[in-house]
Design a protein around this ligand. Structure first.
Ligand code: ADP
Ligand code: MG
Length: 763
């Protein structure tokens, strides 16, 4: 923590200087607005273009004034002083912290317009499809005023529609669609098949969510292939293992390990000598571990649901069914086997990229979020980004109560229900943030029995979610949601149209209740930020019990000896200090996991850069033909009758096919190495060093193998005017591909795991 404080102080002073400078630029711009508002649209656009001539924004005051005039004229929004300031910080490439409801959508569009005026193409990165199209349409009149084009890319667009959307100056798109298009574009065999046009800037909305929380989520492109069946025998043997005898779950609930007794039992039942022998370690042991992970750590209805004979994953942090999500192949089949479901067809993974790797590909990244300060360390460490804090337009009127700490979970849950009843009785709207879907549903059920109707937010689509969240400020409304749901939607007091605003303001505004602390204070603040927008009154409070995961994990090495009040409440400074301490520990653990995991990813990211260059070279030149003829001149001579164009195309297809397959093999192989690497640690090798050694060695072979195989194909496959007949030789690219996101750590973000399976704890 000491390093953090030092760093933050240093940052604070430099951003203060920047703020002073930008304040004076903004003040100057405000002086120009009246005069510039006399210009018509075309004149205004011309004036703004002059500011950006030469590829840099020379006259920032005039530029801001032009945008302010257009925003007012086209959107009916007069940018606040702080919004213009934020625009300047974004243009400098910072991540701005700007509270919920301060109008970041407008800020982002103004900054994107600034970048676009200097000739840069901008991807405005959103957290979902709904927000991408909402914001693109909302901001379109502003952007188009300056003769710039804007589009959104969403899930349902065809390749052609995407291709034309990506040619716009400003593109709004959810982060996963951007990544999927990168992956698909890395499979093309002719340049004109690409859908993306490279962008210069990524402007990331909800930046901490994308850049930190979801950073290690891999996006996957898979092609169809019949999957390996998991062995029923292993599932069967593992299903009979007993916790604390045959296996142990780590204190933090993230890993599970066989005990010696458990290992012997498995060996005996499978009739094998040793799980740890060279022959079994990379195969049987991996499968046993997957089956054990599925059995011990993945709980039905918390981590997944079974519906219509299929497994549906629950995204723990968002609390909803995650469409198209699969766990890594082995784990997916292990859970399917555990539930006795038909094992789904496995795909061949063609390529994967993590969000972090994806974002680091952009020459410039900047972003905005309500909670950036607490992510300062990560943003600097992983992206070399600085945080700028933007003041609120109106002072905060929300009251953040002291945490309410209870000895046991049951006492805490009882108090939560009571508090909601009390608040609800006054007509004050209440928004409750829970840790997972199961908890939301339990709470809603108990409140329902008490005659309180509840809007529960989960497993809905983003648009519907936005609609429900928008109603959370209605008089007397109780909304229960997992914390991430509905990000990006504004909660207006007294209904979306503000009809009952006076009444709701009089009742105290929106009350936000957190049913437990998150692993990081940042997510607590994100939830709090739902209330108190633009100077609205409001209230926030968090409930904690000593049995909560965060306390159990963060306070593992410490204990708190204090006598609770009769209702279980613990109210002393010592208690609050202890809770903060626990949260800082879990926060540190998250950062450590992130840093460690990134170490594994980084090497592959570097190798991908090399592959990308090679690919581009093969695509854009006749390099493939040159290399193949050099290696197999006789074969080249045989093709004398084939036209040059056809030969070049055929050579390119052959080379790319083998390069892509070699890369996919490499990823698959490194994935297996990673799965089993902690087992190798038993053999006293440092896992990460060992991983690196293997990755470097394999990558060298990859390049050579891809060329050798291409030569082999070149000499054997039929080549004529129609190109290379790869299909006839069983070398076809997968006929169908699909994309999905993998919840890298299936347990991240889950809350009180004890809730699973033992009835409703709110009773
Ligand atoms: P954020 O993303 O920061 O939470 P939004 O961009 O969703 O905020 O905007 C919240 C609300 O504030 C929207 O209803 C928007 O119309 C309104 N708003 C934004 N800027 C202004 C402004 N300059 N004047 C008036 N209303 C504004
Ligand atoms: Mg927003």
């Amino acid at each position: 923590m000491a390093a953090f404080n030092w760093f933050w102080k240093a940052m604070g002073s430099s951003s203060e200087r920047n703020n002073k400078k930008s304040k004076s630029i903004v003040t100057d711009s405000e002086g120009l607005v009246e005069q510039l508002s006399l210009l018509d649209d075309a004149e205004l656009a011309a004036r703004a273009r002059v500011c950006a001539a030469g590829g840099v924004l020379e006259d920032k005051s005039t530029f801001l004034a032009c945008l302010a005039v257009a925003a007012q004229r086209k959107l009916g929004l007069k940018p606040y002083h702080v919004q213009s300031q934020a625009v300047l910080r974004l243009l400098e490439g910072d991540v701005i912290q700007m509270a919920t409801g301060e109008g970041k959508t407008l800020v982002g569009a103004m900054a994107a317009t600034g970048f676009a005026l200097t000739g840069k193409r901008v991807h405005v990165v959103t957290v979902n499809n709904y927000l991408a199209s909402r914001d693109a349409e909302w901001m379109r009149p502003l952007v188009e005023t300056f003769g710039l084009s804007v589009a959104s890319v969403t899930e349902k667009l065809s390749a052609d529609e995407r291709r034309s959307a990506y040619r716009s100056d400003i593109i709004y798109a959810p982060v996963n669609e951007l990544g999927f298009d990168v992956l698909r574009d890395n499979q093309i065999t002719a340049r004109e098949q690409a859908v993306q046009t490279p962008a210069d800037v990524a402007l990331v909305d909800e930046a901490d969510s994308v850049l930190v929380d979801e950073a290690l989520v891999p996006l996957v492109l898979a092609g169809s292939r019949k999957g390996d069946a998991p062995t029923g025998q292993i599932t069967d043997v593992v299903s009979r293992l007993r916790e604390n005898i045959d296996y142990h779950i780590s204190q933090d609930g993230r890993t599970v390990a066989l005990s010696d007794a458990g290992a012997h039992r498995v060996e005996k039942e499978l009739g094998i000598d040793s799980l740890y022998s060279e022959e079994n370690i990379g195969n049987v042991l991996v499968k046993v571990n997957l089956a054990l992970h599925a059995k011990a750590l993945l709980i039905r209805d918390i981590h997944y649901i079974v519906s219509g004979g299929e497994l549906q994953l629950i995204d723990a942090s968002k609390g909803r069914v995650a469409d198209l999500q699969r766990w890594p192949d082995g784990l997916q089949t292990a859970v399917e086997a555990k539930e006795g479901l038909e094992v789904s067809e496995g795909g061949r993974i063609l390529d994967t990229i993590t969000l972090q790797e994806l974002m680091r590909r952009y020459p410039t990244v900047c972003g905005m979020t309500g909670t950036a300060v607490e992510a300062t360390d990560q943003l600097r460490q992983f992206y070399d980004l600085h945080v700028s804090v933007i003041e609120r337009n109106k002072p905060l009127q929300r009251f953040d109560e002291q945490d309410r700490v209870y000895a046991t979970l049951a006492e805490k849950n009882h108090a939560i229900v009571q508090e909601i009843q009390t608040l609800h009785a006054t007509g004050q709207p209440v928004l409750v943030g829970t840790q997972d879907v199961a908890e939301s549903e339990d709470l809603a059920e108990v409140l329902g029995e008490l005659g309180i109707t509840v809007n529960v937010l989960n497993a809905k689509n983003d648009e519907e979610e936005a609609r429900i969240i928008a109603e959370a400020g209605d008089e007397g409304r109780v909304t229960v949601s997992t914390q991430m749901a509905g990000r990006g939607t504004d909660i207006k007091l007294g209904g979306a149209d503000g009809r009952d605003r006076e009444t709701v303001v009089a009742s105290g505004g929106l009350a936000v209740i957190g049913t437990s602390k998150h692993r990081t204070a940042r997510l607590d603040n994100q939830l709090r930020g739902r209330s108190g927008r633009q100077g609205d009154p409001g209230l926030s409070m968090f409930f904690v019990s000593l049995e909560d995961d965060v306390v159990a994990q963060g306070g593992e090495d410490d204990s708190l000896v204090i006598k609770p009040a009769p209702d279980g409440r613990l109210d002393a400074k010592r208690v609050y200090d202890f809770i903060s301490h626990c949260q800082r520990v879990t926060e540190g653990q998250l950062l450590e996991i992130h840093a460690q995991t990134w170490k594994y990813n980084q090497l592959l990211a570097d190798q991908r850069v090399i592959i990308d260059k090679r690919r581009a070279n093969l695509l854009d030149t006749d390099q493939a033909w040159q290399e193949l003829t050099a290696r197999a001149p006789e074969r080249a001579a045989e093709l004398a009758d084939v036209s040059t164009d056809a030969k070049i195309t055929a050579a390119r297809e052959i080379m790319l096919f083998h390069l892509d397959m070699a890369w996919a093999d490499h990823l698959e192989m490194m994935d297996d190495v990673r799965e089993s690497i902690h087992l190798r640690a038993i053999a006293r090798e440092t896992p990460i060093d060992e991983y690196h050694r293997i990755a470097v060695r394999e990558f060298k072979e990859l390049a050579q193998r891809a060329v050798d195989e291409a030569v082999e194909t070149f000499t054997t496959v039929e080549i004529d005017e129609a190109g290379a007949h790869m299909d006839d030789s069983g070398l076809a690219r997968p006929s169908a591909t699909w994309t999905y996101m993998v919840s890298d750590n299936p347990l991240a973000g889950s809350g009180n795991s004890v809730i699973g399976g033992i009835g409703n704890l709110f009773r």
